[in-house]
Design a protein around this ligand. Structure first.
Ligand code: FPP
Length: 246
């Protein structure tokens, strides 16, 4: 694939530069086919590549996907182990292609509960793609907004305690610098699939002014065409960020 220059020139003026996706519905998709839930997660993982590949043409520079939440540990041991194994396989299998396609991959979330093999694969993929700039794919694993903000405040409080930061200097911008997402712009559009209209602890701080799309499609059925339609309708919305239209 070429570098991102042409894509930037082609980008629609009103494209959502950062799209975040809550990929819901894998379990129901599998169950409706009489298959185990993990079958749905595998189908869902394949969709991620299709959506990443669609981003440059649509003017989407940043794509952030919610792969595993801090609450997902409550699922059965079989499903959790299956998902962790899927993440390891996904990184191993997709690394070369993602890198060659100019995708920069980052992970957000707390790594403490993840196994050491998965952590090394995540580190390697981040390093391998760190010079890419065509699309920025961020994968949230063991991520929860409240957990992220708590971890950020803990680090910030330590800096205050050691005198590296004064309490008077704590502003919205300061806190943002301590978040896992500190290098990412705020999401412009948040999509949730599968008909549920909730945010489930995903990018709460960052999405304060995002536009939302809740759609009935289950994640494994979420095609490039559906994504293109949602990005197109975003372009017709008026974002006022608390101001009034002129
Ligand atoms: C929610 O659907 C989905 C998840 C908890 C896992 C998401 C994981 C993937 C799409 C695959 C891995 C992705 C990458 C980037 C490697 P659900 O299981 O809650 O579905 P349900 O509501 O129908 O039960």
């Amino acid at each position: 694939m070429p570098d991102g220059t042409q894509d930037k020139e082609r980008a629609a003026p009103c494209a959502p530069g950062h799209v975040a996706v809550i990929m819901d519905g894998n379990g129901r998709w599998a169950q409706s086919r009489g298959r185990p839930r993990l079958f749905g997660h595998h189908a869902g993982a394949r969709r991620v590549r299709e959506i990443v590949e669609a981003c440059p043409d649509l003017g989407v520079k940043y794509l952030t996907v919610f792969a595993f939440s801090t609450e997902n540990w409550k699922r059965t041991q079989t499903e959790v182990a299956g998902l962790m194994s899927l993440f390891r396989r996904y990184i191993t299998k997709e690394a070369r292609a993602l890198c060659d396609e100019g995708v920069r991959v980052r992970f957000i979330g707390d790594r403490v509960r993840l196994d050491s093999k998965l952590i090394s694969l995540m580190d390697e993929l981040e390093q391998m793609t760190e010079h890419n700039d065509r699309v920025h794919l961020t994968i949230a694993i063991n991520y929860g907004s409240r957990d992220e903000v708590s971890r950020a405040i803990k680090r910030l409080a330590k800096d205050v305690a050691t005198g590296q930061l004064s309490p008077e200097d704590v502003t919205e911008t300061t806190l943002t610098r301590y978040l896992d997402t500190h290098v990412l712009p705020d999401p412009d559009l948040v999509i949730r699939t599968s008909g549920e209209a909730r945010i489930s602890n995903f990018l709460l701080w960052q999405s304060a002014y995002a536009e939302y799309e809740f759609i009935d499609t289950l994640w494994p059925d979420f095609t490039r065409e559906v994504f293109t339609r949602l990005v197109g309708s975003y372009g017709k919305r008026e974002r006022r960020f608390g101001a009034v239209s002129l």
